[in-house]
Design a protein around this ligand. Structure first.
Ligand code: NAG
Ligand code: NAG
Ligand code: NAG
Ligand code: NAG
Ligand code: NAG
Length: 257
């Protein structure tokens, strides 16, 4: 009886071990130039987002960067404060794809984190691109007084709607001081000193002395890349793994009786 149950117990033991080890997902290392996707989201004026950049930063073009490129699953990460020149290329979720007859660009500053999950555009991991085949998504705070309402090209008479929602863009890392519209406004630079964990450099270059560390790494918080139940069991929060581990311990006990 016991010997026939042994293989099951071994499987359980293996599963238990697997679930006890936090699977470490690597942050996405991206080149200074490349392609990405771009979406937009509503960020209220003067809202203090994940990086803790000042309220006045919202008066200029800002974005939330997809989590695994941002470099933290909460609070600040190495993406905070970085500036990128984004150029709209085409839309591809529309049928047919839309190619504008102008190439519109915008320099944005990263002030927020776009978490994995949700509709998936911010869910790329180092080994899995998002739905657009890209590893970075820039979620633009728009509408915004800093960006014209007609910034996104459209063709309403043909498509019947103006907002394509998702764009292919090219990006280029740029100096904030040279490129970002808020660069000469002191009120728009730096972070809010409100006692919480914030980090929003005026012009991060990637050097450890002027670029934010990863809040997740500093605090031992594993990147949360949960998008379905299976990864949730493996990379989920510590409590969910603990509950799961407990179930396996109980199963093992049942096995050994
Ligand atoms: C970006 O997309 C363009 C097409 O729009 C392509 O020609 C180019 O090779 C892509 N660049 C990279 C780095 O993938
Ligand atoms: C937009 O940029 C693309 C890629 O750089 C180029 O092929 C195209 O000719 C440009 N279009 C216009 C209208 O400038
Ligand atoms: C835009 O996205 C589509 C769909 O994934 C892809 O086939 C295409 O190559 C992308 N274009 C650019 C310019 O990156
Ligand atoms: C809209 O699309 C139609 C069909 O492709 C085209 O004939 C027309 O020139 C487009 N208009 C604009 C403003 O892009
Ligand atoms: C960072 O700052 C420290 C102290 O000022 C300095 O010793 C170190 O060389 C700097 N690191 C880099 C990469 O510049």
């Amino acid at each position: 009886m016991l010997s026939s149950l042994l293989p099951h117990c071994l499987v359980l033991a293996a599963l238990y071990t697997l679930c006890s080890i936090p699977l470490v997902q690597a942050w996405i290392q991206y080149p200074p130039n490349g392609n990405a996707t771009m979406t937009h989201y509503t960020l209220p004026q003067n809202y203090i987002a994940a990086c803790g950049c000042t309220a006045a930063s919202t008066h200029y073009p800002t974005v939330a960067m997809s989590q695994m490129a941002f470099g933290s699953s909460t609070a600040y990460g190495p993406g905070c404060g970085r500036c990128f020149k984004l150029t709209l290329l085409n839309t591809f979720t529309s049928d047919p794809p839309f190619f504008p007859d102008v190439n519109k660009s915008l320099v944005v500053k990263v002030t927020d984190l776009c978490p994995t999950g949700g509709n998936g555009w911010c869910s790329a991991t180092s080994d899995k691109a998002n739905l657009g085949g890209e590893f970075i998504n820039f979620d633009l705070a728009w509408p915004s007084p800093a960006i014209p309402d007609d910034f996104f090209p459209s063709n309403v008479s043909f498509y019947g709607y103006a907002d394509f929602g998702v764009w292919n863009v090219s990006y280029e890392a740029v100096s904030c001081l040279q490129g970002w519209a808020g660069a000469r406004q002191n009120a728009a630079l730096g972070s809010v000193d409100d006692g919480s964990s914030v980090c929003c450099p005026a012009d991060p270059t990637g050097n450890v002395n002027d670029t934010c560390p990863s809040y997740s790494d500093q605090n031992g918080i594993p990147p949360d890349t949960t998008t379905s139940w299976a990864p949730a069991l493996l990379t989920g929060s510590i409590p969910s793994r603990a509950v799961l581990s407990l179930l396996f311990v109980l199963a093992l006990l049942a096995c050994s009786i």
